[in-house]
Write a protein that binds this ligand. Sequence first.
Ligand SMILES: Nc1ncnc2c1ncn2[C@@H]1O[C@H](COP(=O)(O)OP(=O)(O)OP(=O)(O)O)[C@@H](O)[C@H]1O
Ligand SMILES: [Mg+2]
Length: 305
Amino acid sequence: MTGPEADSPQTPTEVRDALGEASYLADESVALVAFLAQRLGRPVLVEGPAGVGKTELAKALSRATGREMIRLQCYEGLDEAKSLYEWNYRKQLLGIQARAAAGDSDEASALDELFAPEYLLERPLLEAISSEEPVVLLIDEIDKTDQEFEAMLLELLSDFQVTIPELGRIEAATHPIVVITSNDSRELTEALKRRCLYLWIDYPDPEREAEIVRLHEPGIDERLARRLVEVVAMVRDLDLRKPPSISESIDWARTLVLLGADDIDEGTFRESLSTIVKHRADLDLVAEKVAPALGRGEPAGSPGG
Ligand SMILES: Nc1ncnc2c1ncn2[C@@H]1O[C@H](COP(=O)(O)OP(=O)(O)OP(=O)(O)O)[C@@H](O)[C@H]1O
Ligand SMILES: [Mg+2]
């Protein structure tokens, strides 16, 4: 395997700029961890609330480095056969039939032949390991799987290799950038954490969020974008079942542009509320606490409005 150095960036700033060009506005901690991941060749475990850009970070790294992204979407019950490899039984069966028809009865050689790479179905993890070109491997929402699955990942994460009993060890030909995301729905194992660099992504500060919103919806003017993230921050401060994420801020910006709104007053807010709040109980709470404050023309908590 070639070292992680080959096409590695020289500074965190370089990484931040490259991500910026790939339409991802990274703060310092994100840029630093993404830099270290590439320089040290270590996987990154990214945690944080829903919709703060965990998955997008992997996609942006793929765009920024020109590497293909291989994605493993995790779910409850995900196993080795769906994530690593599976033997192609149908093809093996045809192989057995072909041998029988040819009158070949040498069992030992038959076994060798039937468990050869050509009968292997590569799933995302093996695909990433065996790729000739360096890739970005995204293992998305690992907290949806169980501890057994994590254990299976350990060899891959520390040595960039996997062992297939019938074939032996398969080492990575190139060094993948590995991004593992989690929504923190369960505690991950220490063993997994030890192998990874850790990155916590939180809601961005208002300035960065306004920038992100304008990046995704260039049609919104700067002042309205600032006002939007201010109001979103007020909504996040309430004790909601599902606080609005960056995705909701972006959706709301698109909605406001479509509605031709140039400010967010109580009326506009009520009209477009369902873009950012998506639970019945949350809707009631937000309508009660935030909407009236907007009607008075001065968002609570922001000096001067
Ligand atoms: N720093 C950023 N720069 C540009 N866009 C961003 C940034 N952070 C988030 N986004 C945008 O916000 C949206 C949500 O991001 P993403 O899907 O990556 O969130 P997530 O953390 O993976 O959420 P979930 O936990 O729900 O999977 C995407 O449209 C993404 O492009
Ligand atoms: Mg995600």
